[in-house]
Design a protein around this ligand. Structure first.
Ligand SMILES: Nc1ncnc2c1ncn2[C@@H]1O[C@H](COP(=O)(O)OP(=O)(O)OP(=O)(O)O)[C@@H](O)[C@H]1O
Length: 290
């Protein structure tokens, strides 16, 4: 459905925001994971035809969208990192405004979308008075007005409280049953339960494109738990990658460690969390590069 082929985006002579990324995306939720500056927004903006690749191709159903952006624009919903709400518009008026811009005339669709994002009871309140989570949900409703096949959401859960985050995540998961939902985040827990695939970007490069289960599987045997005394902790920290440390009682520290072999006597192989698996993968890439 969507094919990113050897895409490069440079700014000026020195910044390579996206370096030779290739991806084929189908239906489902795809999590684009990377630290600040990894290239997530740039890649999403190229797919959304808001900026053009310096090199490479992006094909949507076989059509080159760099040459023919309208091929994807009609079938795309995009929620940028910052979507402002206008202070004087209610949620309903906000939707009506975007519906008019997008040429959507069906007022039943606006009602349906406000229900989908659970804001129908709040339709007559000014959107500017909404919480961050409510504004993000209104943003999704706006992005769905044209019933897109692809929904792109940049850092959707930034600034949301845990309950709003969960609600928002469930909404995206449901949308992923029928559409391609591409969402970027640097918070792994935002996508681990809903993404069918994860694309990991680091410094503009795609370092992995796998199912969460495959990432976990690769890390099995590389994550260890151990309980150590203070002196041993200092020695271990200098030698291996300690992922978490938590004091247990007065003289022991419980550790989670990423290492290719047992890091110390008494260490037990542990089931990795996705975050730990990604950290282990990152260290392995760094070590191979060194
Ligand atoms: N318009 C621009 N001009 C120059 N450099 C840019 C521009 N846009 C992005 N960059 C640079 O490209 C790199 C990738 O930025 P991008 O915003 O795509 O990363 P990101 O992964 O989305 O980060 P964040 O999580 O902070 O949004 C960064 O080094 C950034 O400074």
């Amino acid at each position: 459905m969507l094919e990113v082929r050897n895409v490069v985006k440079t700014y000026g002579r020195t910044v390579t925001a996206v370096a030779d990324v290739s991806l084929t995306l189908e239906r489902g939720v795809v999590g684009l994971i990377g630290h600040n500056g990894a290239g997530k927004t740039t890649l999403m903006q190229m797919i959304a035809t808001l900026t053009r690749p310096t090199r490479g191709q992006i094909l949507f159903d076989g059509v080159d969208i760099v040459k023919k952006p309208e091929a994807i624009r009609r079938r795309l919903g995009f929620l940028p990192q910052e979507l402002g709400v206008y202070p004087n518009l209610t949620a309903l008026e906000f939707m009506q405004y975007f519906a008019a811009l997008k040429g959507v005339r069906d007022s039943a669709r606006i009602r349906h979308l406000l229900e989908l994002v659970n804001l129908h009871d709040q339709a007559h309140r000014p959107a500017a008075s909404f919480s961050g989570g409510m504004q993000r949900r209104l943003g999704i409703a706006q992005a769905l007005l044209n019933d897109p096949d692809i929904l792109i959401v940049d850092e959707p859960t930034a600034g949301l409280d845990p309950e709003e985050r969960l609600r928002f995540r469930n909404l995206l998961a449901e949308l992923g049953f029928r559409k391609l939902v591409l969402l970027s985040t640097h918070i792994v827990s935002d996508v681990e339960s809903i993404a069918s695939q994860l694309a990991i970007l680091r410094a503009g490069r795609l370092i992995a494109f796998e199912t969460p289960e495959a990432i976990l599987q690769n890390a099995r045997g590389h994550i260890w738990s151990a309980q150590v005394a203070d002196e041993e902790y200092a020695e271990l920290r200098a030698r291996v990658h300690v992922l978490h440390a938590q004091r247990q009682g007065s003289d022991r520290i419980a550790l989670r460690i990423a290492h290719a072999q047992p890091p110390c006597p008494g260490a037990l192989a542990a089931e990795p969390s996705l975050e730990e698996a990604l950290m282990a993968q990152r260290y392995a890439v760094q070590e191979r590069a060194a």
